[in-house]
Design a protein around this ligand. Structure first.
Ligand code: FES
Ligand code: FES
Length: 181
């Protein structure tokens, strides 16, 4: 049994101690925002924040996470209002979105300790892989997130979760079903 705090709640995982934290989060806690990309520490899709540090959850076991304070993308904000989430949307730094939760967590940990990171500092702290290639927009987004976190800039809040399919189709016409003649 491994005990830790996940998104501010005490959690006990009745799983073998060598279970990767990624699988405990996804399969036992149903926190599927944390993604499985490579499983060997290369892609960063599984990044979560553990005691303030961005870590790849495929590389740490639940035994190693014992007693620690884990935050996943679901716990970062309740309404997608974290500065990194707002800036990622504002800078259109999201395409398919698969890499996004891991990038957001790595960026959130970065601006927590350095709200004005340089391009080089961003590339070092957020080396996550993105198969869609959002990298140039990512630098702009993380720098903007830092300014928002410092209250030097404001971005209107990202859309609330749970937007209806009808409303989504209205704002993104390509999502609407084609009209039948
Ligand atoms: S799934 Fe963990 S680094 Fe790729
Ligand atoms: S937005 Fe598609 S993998 Fe990054």
């Amino acid at each position: 049994m491994s005990s830790m705090t996940v998104n501010e709640r005490p959690v006990k995982f009745d799983l073998p101690p060598d279970t990767p934290l990624l699988w405990a989060l996804r399969d036992a806690a149903n926190l599927t925002g944390t993604k499985y990309g490579c499983g060997v520490g290369d892609c960063g899709a599984c990044t979560v924040i553990v005691d303030g540090e961005a870590l790849r959850s495929c590389l740490i076991t639940i035994a190693e996470a014992e007693g620690r304070y884990v935050t996943t993308i679901e716990g970062l904000s309740r309404d997608r209002s974290h500065p990194v989430q707002q800036a990622m949307v504002a800078q259109q730094a999201i395409q398919c979105g698969f890499c996004t939760p891991g990038i957001v967590m790595a960026a959130a940990a970065l601006i927590q300790r350095n709200a004005a990171p340089s391009k080089d500092e961003i590339e070092a702290a957020v080396p996550n892989l993105c198969r869609c290639g959002v990298y140039p927009r990512l630098v702009a987004a993380i720098q903007q997130a830092g300014r928002v976190a410092q209250r030097k800039e404001r971005i209107s809040a990202a859309p609330a979760p749970g937007i209806s399919a009808k409303d989504a189709a209205r704002s993104v016409p390509a999502m609407a079903a084609p009209k039948t003649p």
